[in-house]
Design a protein around this ligand. Structure first.
Ligand SMILES: [Fe+2]
Length: 304
């Protein structure tokens, strides 16, 4: 059996809480892989790239938060967009939805322990509405059943994930709050959806605000100032992260739907977060001010 990973996810009141067993050492780190819009069952989904990132997540003992549209599910009888040329042969069967979930479980099972949350996208929500089944819940339950150590939770279209870094039995804890949304709207060829960051910064108090859906990627910091309990002026940066997709819908720019609509090609990939201590040796009590994270967008060029 694989080594137990240093975190576990659970539902706690209205949020998903991930407790991360941390170490007070200079080389301690915790990776988080943020993904969205895999559209895994679509013929245009780049599975090679997903596999590469999933393997890296395993190597890094990363926890994975997926923001939805893990499945595309557009080839069902009920969907006007369905077309025979867009369905994978293993899904071209009578029980289409069951086949997608079953094959998805086989594919993602080796990484079941790494997933902390799988959220719901508009594609899953649309099937749930039409076919009276909760696709995300069915998939999460089946994935959890493949491994006794998996604590993967079902996420909604939007919600909060609290990363809680703890140290054994010590009551000392540091946390980072992530406010996620699957995403909405068309993004915009010029603004690339960055305008949403300014809107969400008005109403969200989280440390990280992230979303997928528009298949673009960027990181956009918004810094606010306030005063701490000691009367010192402090600046706090809220990171807005747009998480890309793994679906290569544009192709070579010939004659598919996106080409006809004049839509642009989009980046494929994921976002990595790496949490670490800035300076663990001194001033233990002030450490919460020094937990830090790097942001790294991992993308691939077309044809790579
Ligand atoms: Fe979406």
């Amino acid at each position: 059996m694989a080594d137990k990973l240093p975190f576990k996810a659970k539902e706690h009141n209205d949020i998903i809480q991930v407790e991360i067993e941390s170490k007070w050492t200079k080389d301690w780190e915790q990776w988080v892989l943020l993904t969205s819009d895999r559209h895994w069952d679509n013929v245009k989904s780049n599975r090679r790239l997903q596999k590469q990132h999933l393997e890296l997540a395993k190597e890094r003992k990363a926890l994975i938060l997926d923001l939805g549209d893990l499945f595309c599910l557009m080839q069902g009888k009920y969907d006007p967009r369905s077309s025979k040329s867009s369905i994978r042969p293993e899904h071209n069967v009578t029980h289409y939805l069951d086949a997608v979930i079953d094959t998805g479980v086989d594919y993602f099972a080796p990484y079941a322990d790494n997933f902390a949350m799988i959220g719901t996208g508009n594609h899953e929500a649309s099937v749930s509405r039409r076919c009276e089944t909760d696709i995300t819940s069915r998939f999460v339950e089946a994935l959890r059943a493949t491994s006794p150590n998996s604590t993967v939770q079902r996420g909604g279209i939007t919600g909060f994930v609290k990363l809680q870094f703890k140290f054994g039995k010590s009551t000392q804890k540091f946390s980072y709050l992530i406010d996620y949304h699957h995403g909405y709207g068309g993004g915009g060829p010029v603004t690339k959806n960055v305008i949403q960051a300014n809107r969400r910064a008005v109403y969200s108090e989280a440390d990280i605000v992230c979303q997928g859906h528009v298949h673009d990627t960027w990181q956009f910091p918004i810094t606010k100032r306030t005063v701490n309990n000691a009367g010192r002026i402090i600046h706090k940066t809220q990171w807005h992260l747009q998480v890309p997709s793994y679906k290569q819908h544009y192709g070579k720019g010939k004659e598919n739907w996106e080409n006809l609509k004049g839509m642009p090609p989009k980046p494929l990939g994921c976002v990595w977060l790496r949490f670490y201590w800035d300076n663990p040796q001194v001033d233990y009590n002030q450490a919460s001010k020094r937990i830090n994270f790097d942001r790294h967008i991992d993308i691939v060029e077309y044809g790579a």
